[in-house]
Design a protein around this ligand. Structure first.
Ligand code: NAD
Length: 469
């Protein structure tokens, strides 16, 4: 399946069936996504249950070998996967986008294959012994969003498989072909029944959440859907990992060098054209640096080409769907009518195909403006001026969500002292959103709970099992 045509042919619905997926940059039809019913879901869960005991009986070394071979398979089909991802999701091939995402899938698999998870000896003395080990949960249900459809699926699949679980995954209805393609490539090497992708809408996700044959649910998506999932999972007392929405603050301290950090701040905010859970979504800049920071960001934004994903020069793409385009443009308009200053962008061309919204920087905006207080999930960054550190820390912590955050400055001790006061699962210093497969990642407050990545991520798709004698 190294060619694009072969990959698409392997996954799409027969002619005249399924749902037509369109390229958000051009409106062109990408392919036909099959739709699965609840009966199909039942069958997939039954298959996953059946496959699970043999998969769990394999050793960690054997399963790690499968993950490494799965990474090889991705690398063998990388260009075809990136092309499909670019067409369906809209993200450009280049920049931190489609090729980067496919490459990250292989890296995450290899990292998960390499982690060591030894039994922990808790007690070993004259009173006796106690050992803590991690055993498979069983069948993992996974539900994902449309912004990083392949990478987030791998975040769910890789640790689950490594720990001896089987996986039934429901992709977003906006990007099913990308995830079906990923699954097809992985299934070239995985044993039958270990990984199944079941495309459908929110109702199918709800059925997976409520399913009695699913032991653990990993969800990445909005806070409101996460809340619905939590309610529904109560009946079966399913274990949950919830990676939900965020509205990450970035604080630029008085000793920061605006020119030096501008590109890092820009990509922290505009990675994947702003459609990233842990993107920098509100930037707080000390008054002494405010004008220089605004200017430096405008200079960077001017240099970043936006356009159709398959055109090699582009590094920013369209919004993935109309709904998200409307959210972003509505929030920018609200800020404009409240008197904010649009430094660049804010003027989408309505007469061209595609949901293109230009990279937009908004200055002189109040902290309680909806563009600051709500998750825009798109290419519009509000830049808020602050005077006192206590005030800005209060603003950063003032929302109900807490996924990521960042502090930008020259004195590392000072930056770390500020980082310690921020309510977020991760605080980066002089970077933002730089996830790493070895480093646990997760939210606090209404950004969810449970950790992904690293050895902690393996533990969260396993059951702790103590033996004491
Ligand atoms: P969404 O919640 O609308 O949809 C996510 C998935 O949930 C889709 O597959 C959808 O079909 C499914 N779904 C919808 N209703 C459901 C229900 N009742 N039960 C079960 N499943 C249901 O989210 P989205 O718009 O696709 O993604 C954007 C959001 O995701 C943003 O808020 C973003 O911050 C968040 N996100 C978080 C992370 C993270 O790691 N914390 C990563 C990426 C995106």
């Amino acid at each position: 399946m190294s060619s694009y045509a072969a990959l698409l042919a392997a996954i799409q619905a027969p002619e005249g069936q399924g749902v037509q997926m369109r390229d958000p940059a051009t409106g062109a039809v990408v392919g036909r996504a099959p739709q699965r019913s609840e009966a199909d879901l039942d069958a997939a869960v039954a298959t996953a249950r059946q496959a699970q005991s043999e998969w769990a009986a394999a050793s960690h070394a054997e399963r790690s070998e499968y993950l490494n071979r799965a990474a090889d398979a991705i690398e063998g089909s990388a260009e075809a996967l990136a092309e499909l991802l670019s067409r369906e999701q809209g993200k450009p091939l280049n920049g931190p986008n489609a090729r980067f995402e496919v490459g990250a899938c292989a890296s995450w698999l290899r990292a998960n294959a390499a982690f060591e998870l030894e039994p922990e000896v808790l007690v070993d003395d004259e009173s006796g012994q106690a050992v803590l080990e991690y055993v498979p949960v069983g069948v993992v249900g996974a539900i994902g969003p449309w912004n990083w459809p392949m990478m987030i699926s791998i975040w769910q699949i890789a640790p689950s498989l490594r720990m001896g679980n089987t996986v039934v995954l429901k992709p977003s209805e906006y990007t099913p072909l990308s995830v079906l393609a990923l699954g097809a490539v992985l299934n070239q090497v995985l044993p039958a029944g270990v990984l199944q992708v079941v495309p459908g809408g929110g109702e199918l996700g709800a059925a997976l959440t409520a399913h009695a044959g699913v032991d653990k649910l990993m969800f990445t998506g909005s806070t409101s859907t996460g809340q619905a999932i939590m309610r529904s999972a109560a009946d079966t007392l399913k274990r949950l990992t919830l990676e939900l929405g965020g509205n990450d603050a970035g604080i630029v301290l008085p000793d920061a060098d605006p020119e030096a950090i501008a590109e890092g701040v820009f990509w922290g905010a505009f990675i994947n054209t702003g459609q990233t859970c842990a993107a920098l979504k509100r930037l707080y800049v000390h008054e002494s640096q405010y004008d220089q920071m605004c200017e430096a960001l405008v200079d960077v934004a001017k240099k970043m080409p936006m356009g159709v994903g398959l055109e090699e020069e582009n590094v920013l793409g369209p919004l993935q769907n109309r709904q998200q385009f409307d959210i972003v443009s509505g929030l920018v308009e609200e800020s404009r009518s409240a008197g904010a200053r649009i430094l660049i962008g804010g003027d989408p061309q309505q007469d061209q195909p595609g949901y293109f919204y230009p990279a937009t920087l908004v200055a002189d905006v109040d902290n309680d403006n909806p563009l600051v207080a709500q998750e825009q999930f798109g290419p519009a960054l509000p830049i808020v001026k602050y005077t006192a550190l206590d005030e800005v820390i209060g603003w950063a912590n003032g929302l109900e969500v807490g996924l990521g955050s960042s502090v930008w400055g020259t004195d590392l001790d000072e930056a770390r002292a500020v980082a310690a006061r921020l309510e977020a699962g991760t605080t980066w210093i002089n970077k933002h959103g730089a996830v790493d497969p070895r480093v646990p990642f997760g939210g606090v407050k209404k950004s969810g709970y449970g950790l992904e990545f690293g050895v902690e991520g393996l533990k969260s798709v396993a059951l702790p099992k103590v033996t004491s004698w």
